[in-house]
Ligand binder design. Structure first.
Ligand code: AMP
Length: 118
């Protein structure tokens, strides 16, 4: 069983923000911003590659609700899902990073010369 499935089953503790029948949101253990939440589907899906449009539809509403709950819906935030090896995905269970609470820089990317990002 994968790490996030264990979190869903409460076999591993997590700092839960919101939960319903289909989704779970909890604080990232290694936050990269003042607000760093992970939103995941309870049904195991490896990554965005395999997720259905139906799940994404309700996932969108879930993420929007969380941002209201933690008070970043008006100030802005970033939603990221890393996909596969090149995308830097470490946990192979679809998850959306919700980052906010500060003006975010553009990650590790160099905006001045896109070639430096390769
Ligand atoms: P990714 O690199 O996109 O796969 O992101 C995985 C994320 O899971 C990272 O930001 C980790 O800090 C986070 N993470 C790993 N283990 C835990 C855990 N037990 N509880 C909360 N977040 C975790």
């Amino acid at each position: 069983m994968c790490l996030f499935c264990k979190i869903i089953n409460k076999e591993i503790p997590s700092n839960i923000i919101a939960e319903n029948d289909d989704f779970l949101a909890f604080h990232d253990i290694n936050p990269k911003a003042p607000v760093h939440i992970l939103a995941i589907p309870k049904k195991h899906v490896d990554s965005f590659i395999e997720v259905s449009p139906q799940t994404m539809s309700s996932m969108t509403s879930f993420i929007q609700e969380i941002t209201k709950e933690v008070g970043i819906d008006k100030t802005g935030y970033r939603v990221i899902t890393n996909i596969g090896d090149d995308g830097g995905q470490e946990v192979k269970h679809l998850h959306f990073h919700i980052l906010g609470g500060a003006k975010l820089k553009w990650g590790h990317f160099n905006d001045s010369d896109p070639k430096n990002n390769l």
